[in-house]
Design a protein around this ligand. Structure first.
Ligand code: SIN
Length: 490
């Protein structure tokens, strides 16, 4: 067994102790680059989720009373430990999720950045003190932790989506129950142990992996003492969870699906636009809700943009994520590969042309299995009815269509139920701001293919959800506003 796998705790973390699942069941975690089993871990059940809630509830009051500086310093130490161990954390992530080591290293740094950012935010939770307009009293406004939280994290960014939720929860003084993804739970289990080493007290963080998300989520949300859900995942699952939270009116942060448009105007710096396109498309193998999902390019530059993007995409080396020089690892699972394949086939049947890629690659992984590879693909002349323009592809495929003018570009960009992020490339500052403001998205990348940044508010509108993670806004999601009315003589 690889050393980084051998050292991961493979059980549930409940009430400060690593323990087996109720009934003793386990499940396997596989390497998508070789289809080989990495290890087995405890398979959490409903009774484990209930025990995790009891632990989180019991720890809440005392944890909320700790000094903000103390909480901040735990996060700062965790940032330092992650930074010191970056290489091992990256290797573990590549093994369980597939992305290249370069991608995993970037994620470790991004993930640790949330701990550093929220270590700084912990001591800036503020309030106000004002005299009542009519005199005879004072108004005190303060912030309090919302209480125990359920954090449900996705498989695509196994560390960063955890630190982006755990960081502000720790900073605000909330206890947690974390349900990590079934496909990539190891990074979270490892992170939980690292947080203990950084000084996080026993039952503040409880981690319950499981093959049955509903067995964990249902009992936790059914308990009214749990006061918040933060979820990153699909819009479909998000809708169900919103309904579930209505019974106890729990607060929610919902980071859901995307369908990001990438607009290239005729006055764009084409080199920058092509580089931005590769970043926005290929970061994390395209398995990201902020991945550029569709490229709308001004008619006058579409041919040249397609040619240059094709050249760059076809030069990317595909292979097992741990191999030197590999830029594109396997997709996370056969299901995921099948979804990508279907969307590409649908576009081609409707007349799209693959200028590179377009067929599944097999046999490029190491080990006995073949790995779930799919090659970087560019599709030109994609017709408006193609499913790939409406559905989130979550893979390394760039479909290109054209527009005649700015109004058409904006109309195409906004023609979706989603509203997470949009990208635009232009040299005209007025147009950049105008189009940036007209995009019905929570975020816009202007002349850049990446918006993710711990210091900025990440989140969407419409079917992409609500709530913000990161930035000054990120901690507010874990705080309730409390008003104290004080009677005074003057
Ligand atoms: C996601 O894909 O869910 C998040 C991506 C990011 O934070 O950059």
């Amino acid at each position: 067994m690889d050393d980084v796998i051998a050292t991961v705790p493979k059980r549930l973390l409940i009430d400060g102790k690593w323990r087996d699942a109720d009934g003793g069941g386990t499940f396997g975690v596989d390497d998508p680059g070789s289809e080989q089993r990495l290890c087995d871990i405890a398979d959490g059940q409903g009774a484990d989720a209930e025990a995790a809630v009891e632990a989180a509830v019991a720890a809440q009051d005392e944890w909320a009373r700790t000094a903000p500086r103390e909480r901040g310093e735990i996060l700062r130490r965790a940032w330092q430990l992650m930074t010191d161990r970056a290489e091992d954390l990256a290797r573990l992530m590549t093994l369980e999720m597939g992305k290249s080591l370069t991608e995993s290293r970037a994620e470790v740094s991004y993930a640790a950045g949330f701990f550093r950012w929220f270590s700084e935010e912990a001591v800036r939770i503020d309030g106000r003190y004002t005299r009542n307009p009519a005199g005879g009293g004072r108004t005190l406004v303060t912030k309090q932790p919302v209480g125990p939280c359920l954090l449900v994290t996705p498989w695509n960014f196994p560390l960063a989506m955890g630190t982006r939720k755990i960081g502000p929860a720790v900073a605000a003084g909330c206890t947690m129950i974390v349900k990590p993804p079934q496909l990539t739970p190891l990074s979270m289990l490892n992170l939980a142990e690292l947080l203990r080493e950084a000084g996080l007290p026993g039952s503040v963080l409880n981690v319950v992996p499981s093959t049955s998300a509903s067995s964990i989520v249902n009992p936790v949300l059914a308990d009214a003492r749990v006061r918040k859900l933060s979820f990153t995942g699909s819009t479909e699952v998000g809708r169900t969870l919103v309904e579930q939270c209505s019974a106890n009116l729990q607060r929610m942060s919902m980071e859901l699906g995307g369908n990001a448009p990438f607009l290239v105007f005729s006055d764009a710096d084409l080199d920058a636009a092509v580089q931005g396109a590769v970043t926005a498309k290929m970061r994390n193998n395209g398995e990201s809700c902020v991945a550029a999902n569709r490229f709308h390019v001004a008619e006058s530059v579409a041919g040249e943009f397609t040619r240059r993007l094709t050249e760059k995409m076809s030069a990317l080396k595909t292979g097992h994520g741990t191999e030197d020089g590999v830029a594109v690892g396997p997709l996370v699972s056969e299901d995921q590969r099948q979804k990508v394949r279907e969307l590409v086939d649908d576009a081609r049947e409707r007349g799209a042309r693959a200028t590179t890629g377009g067929e599944p690659e097999t046999g490029t992984g190491t080990g006995t299995g073949t790995g779930y590879f799919y090659p970087p693909t560019v599709l030109a002349d994609v017709p408006g009815q193609a499913r790939i323009l409406r559905e989130e592809v979550f893979g390394p495929v760039a479909p290109i269509t054209t527009f005649a003018d700015e109004d058409e570009a904006v109309a195409l960009a906004n023609d979706t139920e989603f509203g997470l992020v949009g990208y635009l490339f232009t040299r005209d500052l007025d147009r950049a701001l105008r189009v940036g403001e007209r995009l019905r998205t929570g975020m816009a990348g202007i002349n850049t293919g990446i918006v993710s940044n711990p210091a900025a508010p990440f989140g969407g509108v419409k079917a992409s959800g609500f709530g913000r993670e990161g930035g000054a806004e990120g901690i507010e999601e874990y705080l309730d506003t409390k008003y104290l009315a004080l009677a005074t003589g003057s």
